[in-house]
Design a protein around this ligand. Structure first.
Ligand SMILES: NC(=O)c1ccc[n+]([C@@H]2O[C@H](COP(=O)([O-])OP(=O)(O)OC[C@H]3O[C@@H](n4cnc5c(N)ncnc54)[C@H](OP(=O)(O)O)[C@@H]3O)[C@@H](O)[C@H]2O)c1
Length: 351
């Protein structure tokens, strides 16, 4: 693979994909983006765009012709989505893309996975050898869909032919976030905002720009067949610090209630169902409650050194950028009434 490779990117308008596209362009790659609709922000002029949807794309094989690498960052996690719609994009969409890549003899498939598919060891440790979780009914639908997508990828890897690199990031923070930061701001703005446990649990995170850089390395580094890389910041970030950074950047109060994890999960279930009935975005989802309660410690290993990446950027700065983007976007779209509690606070809140 060279830095001039032709790269086909899914999800290029999303948080992960947009930073990956920037890093790939900086690295000199020729980028084609699959897009299902025109984005609400301008696109770089040197990027080729093809229209299509991972869920119903019949033209994927044709679109992939002439590309050496596929970078698969498509699929949205925000909002309360049904199991069916999550599977349609994350599992069936991935299968469709893999089939098209094999058909067109693409050389490498870089998949954006998730740490949530892994079974933590003692003390919440995630290491290179950590096994995948069993996809039980107890897991959130998103996690089950991500596990099944990785199992499909394993099958293709076992057949040989296609180099497969799986990049598993922590919670991604930064400009372009339509999921985590908007959700945390909605939660903090809610009169019954709550934290989970004591808030001292560790949540692996990464700044979106740094993830973009890691993905560009996963695309361009030679000789990376069959690699799984964990991409998380070297900072130790707790649930409480994530909430504090968001509260400070948006000028919102910290939660006054701290619920035990089981109760928080039940509260999230009730809120998700209640808000779903009226078609509104809930202040907390079951997935967010599950992520908020995790206590994980990622141990970097040999795979990370093979792409030459080290997460040293500041996640607090990434949160500031995410909050500024969220507030500007909410003002522009003016569709989410729950933002009105913090919108009048002005541009950007406290530094
Ligand atoms: N964000 C995180 O903290 C995080 C952490 C770990 C792993 N990940 C993984 O990273 C990937 C991207 O997440 P993200 O945070 O960037 O999500 P995002 O900001 O919601 O972006 C999702 C992207 O996928 C596109 N997309 C969604 N459904 C599609 C479909 N049916 N066909 C074609 N494109 C579709 C979206 O297009 P539109 O612009 O048209 O909506 C958008 O470009 C996912 O696989 C996710 O599991 C994310």
């Amino acid at each position: 693979m060279t830095s001039h490779s032709a790269v086909f990117v899914t999800g290029g308008t999303g948080l992960v994909g947009r930073h990956a596209v920037s890093a790939l362009r900086r690295a000199g790659c020729r980028v084609t983006m699959l897009m299902r609709r025109h984005p609400d922000e301008p696109l770089p002029t040197d990027v080729r765009v093809v229209q299509g949807d991972l869920v119903r794309a019949s033209e994927l094989t044709r679109h992939l012709r002439g590309h050496e690498v596929v970078l698969h960052a498509g699929g949205s996690i925000g909002g309360a989505r049904s199991r069916r719609s999550l599977r349609a994009v994350f599992v069936e969409g991935t299968l469709r893309l893999l089939a098209a890549a094999e058909h067109q003899c693409v050389r490498r498939f870089v998949h954006v996975g998730s740490l949530s598919v892994l079974e933590p060891g003692p003390n919440g440790c995630l290491e290179s050898e950590s096994a995948m979780r069993k996809p039980t009914a107890m897991l959130p639908d998103y996690v089950r869909a991500k596990i099944d997508a990785e199992l499909a990828i394993d099958n293709v890897r076992a057949r040989g032919g296609l180099e497969v690199v799986v990049v598993r990031p922590g919670v991604v923070l930064g400009e372009g976030d339509r999921t985590t930061t908007p959700l945390l701001l909605r939660a903090l703005a809610h009169p019954f905002a709550f934290g989970i446990g004591t808030g001292a649990n560790l949540i692996p995170c990464v700044a979106a720009e740094e993830l973009g850089d890691a993905l560009a390395r996963a695309v361009t580094e030679p000789g990376l067949a069959s690699l799984c890389v964990y991409v998380t910041s070297s900072e130790r970030i707790t649930q409480r610090s994530l909430l504090e950074w968001h509260a400070a950047a948006a000028g919102l109060p910290m939660p006054r209630m701290w619920l035990p994890p089981g109760l928080a999960e039940r509260a999230a279930r009730v809120l998700e169902a209640a808000y779903g009935c009226v078609g509104a975005a809930p202040p907390v989802t079951r997935l967010a409650a599950a992520v908020g309660a995790t206590d994980l410690h990622v141990v970097p290993g040999e795979p990370e050194s093979r792409i030459g990446w080290r997460g040293t950027g500041s996640c607090r700065d990434a949160v500031r950028r995410a909050v500024a983007y969220s507030m500007a976007r909410a003002r522009r779209l003016k569709h989410d009434k729950l933002y009105s509690r913090w919108e009048p606070l002005g541009s950007g809140g406290r530094p």
